[in-house]
Design a protein around this ligand. Structure first.
Ligand code: ZN
Length: 133
């Protein structure tokens, strides 16, 4: 992961950083730890796995007549799933923060972000086992 420090970052002050692909954008004085970087890298692996699923599904749908423009949607498969699961967890827990912490992607990341060698031993789609609960 690459950390890019900006003078101005257009995100709420409660947020420390925002990540696009392998680049973590943060404020100049923010303390980005190895745990933070590992957390975001776990999400990057999840996003790549979800993009592969999305690409496969949209490729099949395109072969059946859907516009090829839908292939771009595969790039945000992780984000779509994240949002839908967050809504589901919000109904389940009736609390924004608890809902966020219980999204399977976040459960996996928070459970393993202090283990810097986790990604070397992680199984593909490991986040699926964090769906239960
Ligand atoms: Zn996270």
């Amino acid at each position: 992961m690459k950390v890019k420090r900006l003078k101005y970052l257009p995100i709420p002050s409660s947020m420390k950083m925002i990540t696009f692909f392998w680049i973590i954008f943060t404020r100049q004085n923010a303390n980005v730890t190895m745990v933070d970087e590992n957390h975001e890298e776990i999400h990057l692996f999840q996003k790549l796995e979800m993009a592969a699923i999305g690409l496969g599904v949209t490729a099949i749908l395109c072969a059946l007549g859907l516009s090829p423009w839908w292939l771009f949607v595969s790039l945000i498969t992780w984000h779509v799933w994240y949002g839908i699961e967050w809504l589901f967890r919000l109904v389940q827990y009736r609390d924004f923060h608890t809902a966020y912490r219980n999204i399977a992607f976040e459960r996996e990341a928070f459970s393993n972000d202090d283990n810097v060698s986790y990604l070397k031993t992680r199984n593909r789609f490991a986040w699926i086992k964090y769906l239960r609960g």
